[in-house]
Design a protein around this ligand. Structure first.
Ligand code: PLP
Ligand code: ZN
Length: 445
């Protein structure tokens, strides 16, 4: 098995760096790196053989191939020995047809990919399993790594902490003070991470962690480390596989640091290159209006990109003004006939709540994606006949404070159109019946 992959500069510098090098940027020009695969070797297997291989492995227990990520190991990180893989059997999340919800908004074919139904409750697990596995392998091969660190808006730190705990590696997380939910904060605490609550925003934490990681053998786990992108790209392969190796027309993903939109694109390009699909979906990035640098760039036709200072948004995982992966994102959107749209706090909150009314349990970022879908349907940029997949990025249970405030009508600037409050009643059968019968009548009306 001669599969191999290496780091290479996204700007086209020719140097190759091994995946177990501690390197995040091109030594020549400073641009980000990406993982490049020996496609010639992968093409020795036919499209049919790859599809059969992946279909055979799914949900089985042969280590580590039952994982949604490691089931595609040759395409992701063939260089890691199976005994060094740190997996919690991530991925393989459900993709479901939201039939009634779709009908309500005028879309026949709305599908939701529930990436938040994962070990740490967000899709960050997909990339973190790859990164932490590489660290384990580096340590096994005698490299000196004292700890792994990341700046986070909440979900990256939760994923890093859980995988490091599983592997017995110290994690260090830098969180912007007061800007993550209690559930997100308690995850790294519970997993034994060194949790640093810093008086700054995410972009500030990102600057600090890069400096910290430049010495004392502390390895950087942010998505500028493109090992994570390789794991995240399995979302595309899973979506295709779940549609019997077909692609939808449109995919909507919420974007902050913008590593994930390029991961999504990278997965589809690989599927096409290896002959499994012959068309590409359109990719839509959904941003919060309060953290919208990519949207502003899109409005200039991507002629310029200016970092901004992100304002506080309920969609805290995408509250990022200076995204490290914007160049990769723009490159991807140009290939995928991309769209960028934004959502206000009111729009994202009500969209999340509306989805919940149809049986989902949304995080605010998925709310941003749904709000953007409503807007694009209205403007005609998405057609009612198109097959649309919304990527739901985190589990709603991480954001119960957001939901509680929403239903209590306590979020400033948000008109809670779907508020549903508990009814306080004495233990009196007649009064209780009265309230129940009133609701039943109201539903009939
Ligand atoms: C990280 C994250 C995103 C955005 O991904 P980026 O790669 O930063 O653009 C969206 N939603 C959730 C829940 C996340 O944790
Ligand atoms: Zn370069």
């Amino acid at each position: 098995m001669g599969y191999s992959a290496w780091f290479q500069c996204i700007k086209g510098c020719s140097e190759r760096y091994p995946l177990d090098d501690v390197i995040y940027q091109c030594r020549n020009c400073g641009a980000l790196l990406e993982v490049v695969h020996d496609m010639g070797e992968l093409k020795k297997k036919s499209a049919r053989e790859w599809m059969d291989t992946f279909d055979d492995r799914i949900h089985k227990n042969l280590w580590p191939y039952g994982s949604g990520v490691w089931g595609k190991k040759e395409w992701i990180c063939p260089n890691i020995d199976n005994e060094n893989v740190v997996s919690l059997y991530e991925g393989n999340t459900n993709l479901f047809w939201a039939e009634r919800f779709g009908k309500d908004i005028g879309l026949e074919n709305l599908w939701i990919k529930m990436c938040g139904n994962s070990h740490s409750g967000s899709f960050k697990d997909l990339g973190m399993t790859v990164l932490v596995s590489m660290v384990k392998q580096m340590i096994a091969n005698g490299k000196k790594i004292n700890a792994v660190a990341c700046a986070s808006t909440g979900d990256t730190s939760a994923a890093l902490a859980t995988y490091c705990a599983a592997a017995g590696i110290q994690s260090i997380v830098f969180l912007p003070k007061g800007k993550v939910s209690i559930a997100q904060l308690i995850q790294p605490i519970a997993n034994g991470s060194l949790v640093l609550s810093i008086e700054t925003d995410f972009d500030g934490c990102m600057e600090i962690v890069q400096k910290i990681c430049s010495d004392h053998n502390i390895y950087l786990a942010n998505s500028m480390n493109s090992l994570r992108v390789e794991g995240q790209k399995t979302v595309s392969v899973e979506i295709a596989q779940q549609f019997d190796w077909n692609v939808p027309d449109v995919i909507i993903i919420p974007g902050g640091n913008l590593g994930n939109v390029s991961a999504l694109g990278k997965g589809f390009l690989m599927l096409k290159d290896l002959g499994i699909i012959d068309k590409l979906p359109r990719i839509v990035v959904a941003q919060a209006e309060r953290a919208n640098p990519l949207y502003l760039s899109y409005k200039t036709g991507f002629k310029e990109f200016k970092p901004i200072v992100a304002r506080q948004t309920l969609a805290n995982a995408i509250q990022i003004g200076n995204p490290v992966s914007y160049e990769k994102a723009i490159k991807t959107l140009k290939i995928f006939n991309g769209i960028v749209e934004q959502a206000t706090e009111d729009e994202l909150s009500n969209a999340a709540a509306k989805g919940d009314k149809y049986g989902m349990f949304n995080c605010p970022h998925t709310g941003v994606a749904l709000a953007v879908l409503f807007k694009l349907l209205k403007s005609g940029e998405i057609d009612s006949k198109e097959k649309v997949v919304v990527i739901s990025t985190a589990h709603g249970l991480k954001f119960t404070d957001f939901k509680k405030d929403y239903h209590e009508g306590k979020i400033e600037g948000v008109n809670s159109r779907y508020a549903n409050l508990p009814v306080q009643l004495p233990a009196d059968i007649d009064k209780i019946k009265g309230v129940i019968y009133e609701r039943i009548e109201k539903n009939k009306a």
